[in-house]
Design a protein around this ligand. Structure first.
Ligand code: FAD
Length: 371
């Protein structure tokens, strides 16, 4: 759903007009308080309400490379100083994640594209400390994101504030912007407390910081039982550990799918860390609507697999289609869309600069209409 306008009663915001991007329908959602938490889109969504007292958010692009763990030996992660900022080399499962860059971005916000220049920058810096230099052939995956930075006086995005700000520009609307991933619960608490403060009902302060994430309660006990779970389900203990690491104490929900259909214990082609059951679970329990939701968001197959999920896509489409009732044409459309997305990303990563990388990535729309 995209917010396309805010509902007003006089100056007050009383809800939002939204469009369902899957079928194009539009409807209104009424609310006593609206919280606008739209990251790098904050300038656009604020402008739907007021041009007074606005927060200014700048988008800073950062990219990371994923390379196999066996490409160099180290028992620890690394933090390297660069001329602009720092470079992290982080152990992640069977891979290293190496990043990041920090550059201003003024192009398509939904699909920031990594250019050839970004990739070379990271390789050049990490190679200063490696005995055997990494090359493009060692790169399994590349991903790019945009940091929402509160704009200040300083021109360099590397120096802008990483703090967050909560504003209440008009009655009924709270805006939270800036901040960091690691502080998201503080951001949420500050925004929710600000919104509830002006409501008539007495609402206690948010206690989000002490609420365990889904799957956290009971995780330790489940981990201790992993060998027993392997015996009970017939699934190898290494797979059980993978599921526990991904779903915590909710891993038995995925195992229950396998108990109902043992074929779901098969690994996905080209991405054999993941089981077919995980694609099904994404559609039944995690709100996945499209093949790319599973390959790029519920899992990280798009950056972990050498083929970026190309060989998993048809299998994932079949599994999801059975849950979501897709026709043959819908299933084919989903596969075609995902393959086009991979091609566009690969092409963008061969382009010399942001403009050409953006133009290459823009070739593929985000949503596959479900018709
Ligand atoms: C390379 C990189 C490295 C980073 N490293 C770190 C780190 O080490 N530590 C750390 O803490 N943070 C880090 N961050 C920052 C962190 O990832 C971001 O601060 C955080 O993800 C921003 O979250 P957000 O919810 O504010 O914005 P977003 O995740 O961008 O969410 C905004 C949402 O608003 C939605 N939206 C926009 N317009 C509309 C509309 N009209 N209607 C409905 N929805 C809309 C968008 O679809 C989106 O889902 C890093 C970021 C990058 C890019």
């Amino acid at each position: 759903m995209s917010v396309v306008a805010f509902l007003r009663e006089g100056e007050r915001v009383v809800g939002a007009k939204v469009v369902n991007r899957e079928d194009g329908s539009t409807f209104n959602i009424k609310a006593k308080q609206v919280i606008n938490a739209t990251g790098v889109w904050t300038d656009e969504t604020q402008a739907m309400v007021t041009d007074r007292g606005q927060l200014k958010v700048r988008a800073s692009k950062g990219i990371h490379l994923v390379v196999p763990r066996d490409r160099f030996q180290s028992t620890v992660g690394l933090i390297l100083r660069t001329e602009k900022s720092v470079l992290f080399v982080i152990p992640w499962g069977r891979h290293w994640i190496i990043g990041t860059t920090d550059t201003d971005w003024h192009l398509d916000k939904a699909h920031p594209a990594a250019s050839s220049k970004d990739i070379d920058y990271i390789l050049e810096h990490v190679n200063k400390v490696l005995k055997r230099p990494l090359t493009r052939e060692d790169v399994e995956g590349v991903y790019a994101g945009l940091r929402p930075l509160l704009a200040g006086e300083n021109d360099s995005t590397a120096k802008l504030s990483r703090e967050h700000v909560v504003a209440h520009p008009v009655p009924g609307l709270v805006v939270v912007a800036g901040g960091k991933w690691t502080t998201y619960r503080v951001m949420a608490k500050d925004a929710v407390d600000e919104a509830t403060r002006s409501m008539d009902e007495r609402v206690p302060p948010s206690c989000t910081e002490s609420i365990p994430l889904l799957g956290a309660s009971g995780f330790k006990a489940a981990w201790n039982r992993r060998n027993r779970m392997a015996e009970e389900t017939g699934v190898h203990v290494a797979r059980i550990e993978h599921l526990l690491n991904r779903y915590g104490a909710m891993a038995p929900e995925v195992l229950a799918l396998i108990a109902g259909n043992p074929e779901l214990a098969e690994p996905l082609p080209g991405a054999d860390d993941y089981l077919a059951a995980e694609a099904v679970y994404a559609a039944t329990h995690e709100g996945a609507r499209h093949v790319q939701d599973v390959l790029t968001r519920r899992t990280r197959i798009s950056i972990e697999a050498w083929d970026r999920g190309v060989s998993a896509a048809p299998v994932v489409a079949k599994l999801m289609g059975e849950v979501l009732g897709w026709s043959d044409a819908q299933r084919e459309g989903e596969i075609k869309h995902y393959l086009a997305r991979v091609d566009a990303e690969r092409l963008s990563q061969e382009q010399p600069d942001d403009e050409s990388a953006d133009a290459a990535r823009m070739g593929v729309e985000d949503i596959v209409p479900l018709r």
